[in-house]
Design a protein around this ligand. Structure first.
Ligand code: GLC
Length: 553
């Protein structure tokens, strides 16, 4: 790769120059963040105005958010993350819910084979779940609610109703109703044949019918919409639901009149609000403002969807490990002298997607543990009840500003590090040897420092870019101004999040907030309450199924 191949000798100075050069490619200044966010707002406007833009801005036909008083029991099926999940969700009506779930693996063959095989597998999984958990039937809700999620009396709708199921399908789908939508494209490594252009609810219902299952798919929801609805359910309101996991995306509450592509349709004439699924993973597919490096280009070229989902490829868990692997390989292969692992690699490191983002997370965790407090995600009481440790509400900007800038290549000069840091590097060295299958003799403490540095470069850039999407939604919805200087009266701006990166990657949330603060100012950033949308896919699908049954779907 260009930055390393043309150098002669690998004296410490030369090595440092190589690392500094890579580092410079990954840094994002405030001006860069502003440019990216400005482009985001332009792309929002394009997608709201017309169909067929990469950032699809999909109207979801969900026109209200729950308030936590909804009740009922529903089945939910969730496809689109690392696992397939079937859940039974009981909404208790007091901001709390009980969820039972079973996870099923989706093989590579199913992801890329015929769609009917994939949907038959989904139906089989629902069948297996119903057999195992006999109580998975809808219960009649108990109270009348005035909001759009108000509980229907299922018995009134059908004396022997099929089990209503909400489908969380976390791929771009052009929805035309709560229970209808055509698959626009696959993302995140899926490529099942004869699915794009078809109605996903119909594909699933046909599979249920083929298997004679008494289950009816009544609602379709994206995981970001699920995150938004479930955070609204547990905390009483929510502006934005977003996922920072295997993929990335966001859905927010928009004025229907701004969704100009709905034209004169009844949905638009009714006015009010509608949740829009942005599909921001496809932001700037032309890469005019995204800070593309050779390492990113390689990820894109070798992916199953080159030139698509550009933003997602900079941000999400599916790709961060691969970008980091490309950096490490370029240092192993540096000419005329290797700069890493004595020039040796391993079968794991040589394999496409062989470096899991979870390994980066472990490496960073080993470096960060015990240093400074990080900014926790808010955890609502409904979630706390399940035994998770409580995190104290709003993050303070002060905490974020105390986090040192470990990103620098300077931290690869191990001779200047403290004993504590050397001990941390020793732990990282152990992780590398074990998880990447390298020979211990080929992994020095300096190599460990380089792996830590590369991981933090890639992850910090991802978190800072994520801040642009959140800032764009705040500006789009009138909650903030780019550059700061405007403060909404609202006490809190609630954001529901889910996904492995935001939940578990060290400092991801803190770095995202730093970027947000640079973009919209500290006062607004402090009001942004980023909290876990626990089980958002299951709860969101259940809430949509509730709304759908109320509409008689
Ligand atoms: C991908 C999908 C999107 C989903 C996101 C997070 O970007 O296209 O629909 O919300 O991943 O799972």
């Amino acid at each position: 790769m260009a930055p390393t191949s043309a150098l002669f000798g690998a004296s410490p100075d030369v090595a440092r120059r190589v690392l500094d050069d890579i580092e410079a490619q990954f840094r994002l200044s405030k001006d860069d963040l502003v440019t990216i966010t400005t482009q985001f707002l332009e792309d929002f406007a394009l997608g709201l105005g017309e169909y067929n833009h990469p950032m699809a801005m999909i109207p979801t036909f969900v026109t209200g958010v729950p308030n936590g008083s909804e009740t009922g029991t529903f089945l939910a099926l969730d496809l689109g993350g690392t696992n397939l999940r079937v859940c039974e969700v009981e909404l208790l009506g007091n901001h709390e819910f009980v969820l039972r779930q079973q996870k099923y693996k989706v093989s590579e063959a199913l992801k890329t084979g015929e769609a009917t095989a994939l949907f038959d597998y989904l139906a089989d999984s629902v069948d297996a779940f119903l057999t195992e958990f006999a109580s998975a039937v809808p219960s009649s809700p108990t109270t009348e609610q005035p909001n759009p999620f108000a509980s229907p009396s299922l018995a009134e709708l059908d004396p022997e109703p099929a089990v209503p199921l909400g489908l969380t399908f976390s791929f771009p789908v052009e929805q035309t109703a709560l229970n209808r939508g055509k698959i626009l494209t696959w993302t995140k490594g899926f490529a099942a044949k004869n699915a794009v252009g078809h109605d996903v609810v119909q594909l699933l219902q046909d599979a249920f019918n083929r298997k004679h299952l008494h289950v009816r798919c009544v609602a379709l929801v994206n995981d970001t919409v699920g995150a938004l609805l479930s955070r609204a359910y547990t905390s009483g309101g929510c502006l934005l639901g977003s996922i920072f996991g295997t993929g990335t995306n966001g859905a927010y509450v928009e004025h229907v009149e701004n969704i100009r592509k709905l034209g004169d349709s009844p949905a638009r004439q009714n006015g009010g609000y509608m949740i829009v699924n942005t599909e921001w993973g496809a932001f700037n597919n032309t890469r005019t403002v995204l800070p593309t490096t050779p390492f990113d280009n390689k990820v894109d070229r070798e992916s199953i969807n080159p030139r698509l989902q550009a933003y997602e490829k900079f941000i999400s868990g599916m790709y961060l490990g691969e970008i980091t692997r490309n950096i490490l390989l370029s240092l192993i292969d540096a000419a005329p002298k290797p700069l890493l692992f004595n020039g040796r690699s391993s079968s794991q490191l040589n394999a496409h997607y062989g470096l899991d983002t979870a390994i980066m997370s472990e490496v960073e965790e080993a470096w960060e543990t015990g240093r400074v407090p990080t900014v926790p995600l808010t955890i609502d009481s409904a979630v706390r009840k399940e035994g998770k440790p409580a995190a104290n509400g709003l993050p303070s900007a002060d905490v974020a500003s105390k986090i040192p800038d470990w990103q620098s290549a300077h931290f690869t000069d191990v001779d200047s590090l403290s004993q504590d840091d050397l001990a941390r590097l020793e732990r990282i060295r152990g992780i590398i040897i074990q998880r990447l299958g390298l020979d211990a003799a080929d992994v020095s403490l300096r190599d460990a420092a380089i792996v830590r540095w590369a991981s933090s470069l890639v992850a910090n850039r991802a978190a800072r870019l994520s801040g642009c999407a959140v800032a764009a939604v705040l500006v789009q919805t009138g909650r903030a101004k780019l550059g700061g200087g405007f403060v909404t009266d609202e006490e809190k701006i609630i954001v529901g999040v889910d996904g492995s990166l935001i939940q578990h990657y060290p400092n991801f949330n803190t770095r995202l907030r730093e970027s947000l603060r640079e973009l919209v100012g500290e006062e607004v950033e402090k009001k942004v309450d980023i909290g876990l949308a626990k089980d958002g896919s299951g709860v969101g699908a259940a809430l949509c199924a509730l709304q759908a049954t109320k509409q008689g779907l």
